[in-house]
Design a protein around this ligand. Structure first.
Ligand code: EPS
Length: 388
């Protein structure tokens, strides 16, 4: 399974091509649209989300609701494009409007400008923008439909925004319950009584022209034993998941299971003891490993924690010190429309990335041409694991 996406934030559309989704899988664009809408939500989002109503157009690879095994093309139009046709014109003379020469610290602006040789840093930010995650969510939604058909469910919730955290309060709440409650929260926080505090923090940050980062958790349940491999570095599933998460704009840290916490424990308290019974086969009573041992899934839920830095665009009167790339004079960093925080939306993007990695690992293990046969192979494998 592989995908490429394309599109500028204020260009005509965002597209993705997925190759490797097997034939005979039922796909619905309604499902994809629901996921796109989830990505658009979240308290603290900026003006852009009021303009866009992201909807997918499937342009290839699906017929009468089922996949053909051929490449699937997904397209989401940018409604905002009509306000940018001159600035983002595909052909013709450049216009001076909305050129950017004062790079934002923390954004791709300066390094991208130097690397690709641009005098207008808009050429960088248009593609570096997290608007790009729209098509990742669309691709993830296709993968989620594949995974759900074999009982693998993915969910997420936010555990902290800025210095406010509810992590300590989660212990006795089952994963599915956390995701279910978070779905109704504007901040994706899994404890309803805590919502207000988070919203207040976001309001305060907005008043100051500040932005906020945070931490979210993504999990997958129903994952079979045996995805990924210990035999080669780039086949280890934890490594693949970490790469996928880190590739999301503004992510700075990834933990699997108890992650950094494990580094502070004695070995006797850090691992998950192995049990067996006739019904369940092999199982664990704890899940400190986050569902992966030796780069291979162990049948427990996969749990990933991801840390996001604050968005680099600040609306403060005094922004961050920067230098104009033409005059070399000190300058206040550029102010662009942006979000105060996008941690709730980032969690939805994290779900999509986990879905993509897991769908890939499933197809690698069970075959990748005809979904009907792949499912049969999975059934046989389940029997084999039980009898092992
Ligand atoms: C985003 C669209 C962008 C930003 C945001 C995420 O739209 P615009 O730049 O037109 O406001 O709102 O991206 C960033 C903050 C960033 O720095 O990249 C989206 O669709 O999620």
């Amino acid at each position: 399974l592989r995908f490429l996406n394309a599109g500028e934030s204020h260009g005509p559309a965002l597209t993705a091509i997925i190759e490797g989704i097997p034939s005979n899988l039922k796909i619905s664009s309604d499902y994809i649209n629901k996921e796109l809408a989830r990505r658009q939500k979240g308290y603290g989002r900026g003006g852009r989300m009021k303009i866009e109503k992201d909807k997918v157009k499937i342009l290839s690879g699906v017929r009468f609701g089922y996949t053909l095994g051929s490449p699937i093309t997904l397209m989401v139009e940018n409604k905002d494009w009509e306000n940018w046709t001159d600035i983002m014109a595909i052909e013709g003379e450049p216009v001076d409007k909305r050129q950017i020469t004062n790079p934002r610290p923390g954004h791709a602006d300066l390094v991208g400008g130097i690397k690709y040789g641009f005098e207008d840093l808009r050429n960088v930010l248009e593609r570096a923008s997290a608007r790009e995650t729209t098509t990742r969510v669309a691709v993830g939604a296709v993968c989620k439909q594949l995974l759900e058909d074999i009982g693998i469910k993915i969910g997420s919730y936010v555990v902290s925004i800025g210095n406010l955290s509810i992590r300590e309060k989660l212990e006795n709440i089952p994963l599915e319950k956390r995701a279910e409650v978070a779905e109704k929260s504007e901040v994706r926080i899994p404890i309803p009584e805590e919502d207000e505090k988070f919203k207040q923090l976001i309001d305060e940050a907005k008043k100051e022209g500040e932005s906020l980062g945070g931490i979210f958790e993504v999990f997958a349940t129903g994952v079979p034993i045996g995805l990924g491999s210990h035999v080669q570095w780039d086949r280890r599933l934890d490594g693949r998941i970490a790469q996928a998460m880190m590739s999301i704009q503004a992510m700075k840290a990834v933990e699997i299971g108890e992650g950094f916490g494990l580094s502070q424990k004695f070995g006797s308290q850090a691992h998950d003891e192995i049990f067996w019974d006739k019904e369940k086969g092999f199982y664990h009573k704890t899940n400190r490993a986050g569902g992966i041992e030796g780069g291979i899934t162990n049948g427990e839920p996969i749990i990933v924690r991801v840390g996001m830095k604050p968005i680099p665009t600040l609306m403060r009167k005094k922004s961050l010190q920067s230098v104009d790339i033409k005059t070399k004079q000190p300058f206040d960093a550029a102010k662009e429309r942006s979000d105060v925080t996008a941690v709730p939306a980032a969690a939805v993007v994290g779900e999509a990335m986990l879905a993509i990695v897991l769908a890939d690992a499933i197809l690698e293990k069970f075959g990748n041409d005809n979904w009907i046969q792949i499912k049969q192979r999975m059934e046989n494998y389940k029997k084999y694991v039980k009898e092992y």
